[in-house]
Design a protein around this ligand. Structure first.
Ligand SMILES: [Zn+2]
Length: 215
């Protein structure tokens, strides 16, 4: 069962400069001012760590930077940021079980359910789309008006463009397991999308009878 921990970090003052340098080295495209004013800038990062990385003390265990382009850092780097001292404020969010089924009573998902879907899906779940889940709509896979519940197993992150494609373009999808989706195009092609990426399930083209087989 996959669990993740989101650590929101707010860094200020001189430590913020070092903190930002760490973000830059991780490849963030964020424009940084470079100001040394203590109140010039606040930085919030969402860092995902496995429970094992926290408990084993393995400084080389991978951690995932959600809003810096999905870059990997190490648990040791995260530990270094957390040690930044009194000028750095570190907020640790509760562990969310990404496989649990949460329900909301109305159309709108609760903040906890929204957070769970965003952490589970990470990006828009349309094949090959990389838009961050936090900026995506939370789509009712079975529409709300058709009786679809507002729950973990019926919500998925879709960017606005692909939400429209699903609503009006004839594309359909189902959730096989938490975070794993089977998509079908209007022409019957199929793709599997999970946390590791997209797999094309369409059968290979049948060779024409006019083409002789390879010798
Ligand atoms: Zn998308």
């Amino acid at each position: 069962m996959r669990r993740s921990l989101a650590v929101g970090m707010l860094a200020r003052g001189q430590q913020a400069i070092e903190f930002e340098a760490a973000v830059v080295s991780a490849g963030s495209t964020t424009q940084l001012s470079g100001s040394t004013s203590p109140k010039a800038r606040a930085v919030v990062l969402y860092v995902h760590l496995s429970e094992a990385a926290l408990t084993s003390g393995d400084r080389l265990a991978p951690a995932w930077l959600e809003n810096a382009g999905g870059h990997l850092v190490t648990a040791g780097q995260v530990a270094g940021w957390c040690r930044a001292g009194s000028t750095t404020k570190v907020t640790v969010r509760p562990v969310l079980d990404l496989a649990a089924t949460l329900h909301s009573t109305g159309y709108q998902p609760s903040p906890t359910l929204t957070e769970q879907v965003e952490l589970r899906d990470r990006t828009c779940v349309f094949p090959w789309c990389n838009r961050p889940a936090r900026s995506c709509d939370k789509d009712h896979i079975v529409p709300w008006e058709s009786g679809g519940p507002t729950s973990s197993d019926n919500l998925a992150a879709l960017c606005r463009r692909h939400h429209r494609l699903k609503t009006h373009g004839g594309w359909t999808y189902t959730m096989l397991t938490p975070g794993e989706y089977l998509w079908r195009s209007p022409h019957g092609y199929a793709w599997l999308r999970d946390r590791s990426g997209t797999t094309d399930l369409s059968p290979p083209a049948v060779p024409s009878p006019a083409d002789p087989p390879d010798q």
